[in-house]
Ligand binder design. Structure first.
Ligand SMILES: [Cu+2]
Length: 470
């Protein structure tokens, strides 16, 4: 009994000591913001919410600086918005505007975004205060909503509900403390259907003030889908289901920059989806990664889940991490097959297995541009006549011929001992002998008793193909 009391007393007083130590440490930094996140024990409980509410009004911590207080993210094909520090506040200036974006060579469109970029990253640190000016250079009103960010209600950016929308030509000011870390987002909350369809989305990354561990590479990718009718120059915001251009940070493969890492590094990839309608199951080859967080914050390690495909639904982010143990060029792409195509038309009849004979010749008497396609599959470039500003089913050159995927496709390039993350070329040039799929040799076939002329009989069963009428 005495023992128990003593232990309790000791535990209580050491907890008090620990709390005191934390208070002193933050006070020494000249701030009174309580440490609210990344303290393990407080995940998702009411104490944390109360601390957040208090932290909105607390004196902020000093602004965090890249490479001192956090490892900046790498956002392939786009950029991170610049900031300056004025009297201890981190100041950003976002300009909502129209500009040209080239999705892949041959396909451009007039899009809406910020500061001339699609999906630029807002990057900041837990505990600091941000002041974000938003200038509207669009032909209509706009706002910015900070998706997943804990803010005063009037900073939430919902036109009509929490603020007057920003008229064309005007500049509004948003200002708040960042009380919770995580991979958040931002987007307009005024005429969302148009403004989001035209590209106005981005990641808002709030690094933890005291990370529990560090990673070596931290990538940020915003997914998006567009409807651009071949031959036109404006994405169609009225489209609801038949999207035909799929991007990562505003680019389709082969224009997506690869993600480069050195063998042995810990790699984090943050994926966000604010596309109009579709969820994207993003698949990474070779690696079983862990899903470690979302726009709701970091998952406790006990909730990490090994996956090879992570579904990124509309309106969420997913953060994955992996140990880059195996060098190579590893594909990372949406697993919806139509999302790795660019401007694929969806109005054709199914021609697989059809023997068209002279159908093409006959049809061209009526439609001079007609071409029969697809009877042997669609794996080769088509080479058919197309209107200006189209990239039908664009893919890219690879070390072994044509990579016939476009759209939402990129490559994680892992290499031994590299000292630069610039283009590292194709892994094909350094793959060890005997580790690449190649034509089977006679001696192998002979040894293993495989005769390609001799097709193994199907295993008979209730749905045997032999039963099909031919
Ligand atoms: Cu997809």
């Amino acid at each position: 009994m005495n023992d128990k009391i003593n232990r309790r007393t000791v535990l209580a007083s050491s907890a008090a000591l620990a709390a005191g130590a934390v208070f002193k440490a933050t006070a020494a930094q000249g701030a009174s913001l309580p440490p609210v996140a990344h303290e393990g024990a407080s995940y998702g409980n009411r104490d944390r919410s109360a601390a957040h509410a208090r932290a909105l009004w607390a004196r902020p911590l000093p602004p965090g600086l890249p490479n001192r207080d956090y490892l900046p993210v790498v956002a392939p094909n786009t950029g991170t918005l610049p900031f300056k520090i004025v009297d201890g506040v981190k100041v950003f200036h976002m300009v909502a505007m129209e500009f040209w974006n080239e999705f892949v060579p041959g396909l451009k469109a007039l899009v809406w975004g910020y500061n001339g970029m699609l999906n630029p990253v807002l990057e900041a640190v837990e505990g600091e205060r941000v002041r974000i000016y938003v200038t509207n250079r669009l032909p209509e009103k706009t706002t910015v909503h900070w998706h997943g960010v804990y803010v005063d209600n009037g900073m939430d950016g919902v036109g009509g509900l929490t603020q007057y929308p920003i008229p064309p030509g005007e500049t509004f000011k948003y200002e708040f403390n960042l009380v919770e870390p995580g991979t958040k987002m931002y987007h307009p909350h005024y005429d969302e259907m148009t403004q989001i369809a035209l590209g106005m989305t981005g990641l808002f990354i709030i690094h933890p003030r005291r990370p529990r561990y560090r990673v070596d590479r931290d990538f940020a990718i915003m997914l998006h889908e567009w409807s651009i009718v071949p031959g036109t120059y404006r994405p169609n915001p009225l489209e609801m289901s038949d999207f035909n251009v799929f991007t990562m940070n505003g680019k389709s493969f082969p224009s997506t920059h690869p993600l480069v890492a050195r063998t042995g590094q810990r790699v984090r990839i943050r994926l966000g989806n604010l596309g109009p309608m579709d969820h994207h199951p993003i698949h990474l080859h070779n690696y079983s990664f862990q899903v470690v967080g979302s726009d709701g914050g970091d998952y406790p390690p006990s909730a990490w889940q090994p996956e090879t495909t992570v579904l990124v639904p509309v309106g969420t982010t997913r953060v994955i991490e992996l140990d880059a143990s195996n060098p190579g060029d590893w594909a990372m792409h949406c697993h919806m097959t139509h999302h790795t195509m660019t401007q694929m038309g969806h109005q054709f009849g199914n021609m697989i297995g059809v023997k068209p004979g002279n159908l093409g010749q006959k049809m061209r008497q009526l439609l001079p541009q007609y071409m029969t396609m697809g009877q042997d599959g669609m794996g080769s470039p088509m080479g058919m006549p197309t209107p200006a500003n189209t990239a039908p089913m664009e893919g890219g050159k690879g070390p072994y011929g044509f990579i016939n995927m476009g759209g939402m496709f990129t490559i994680l390039k892992v290499r031994d001992g590299i000292t630069s993350y610039d283009d590292v070329g194709w892994y094909a040039s350094e793959a060890p002998k005997g580790t690449v799929a190649e034509p089977a040799q006679q001696r192998d076939l002979h040894r293993d008793g495989i005769n390609p002329e001799n097709i193994p009989a199907p295993i008979p069963g209730p749905s045997s193909p032999a039963a099909l009428p031919m």
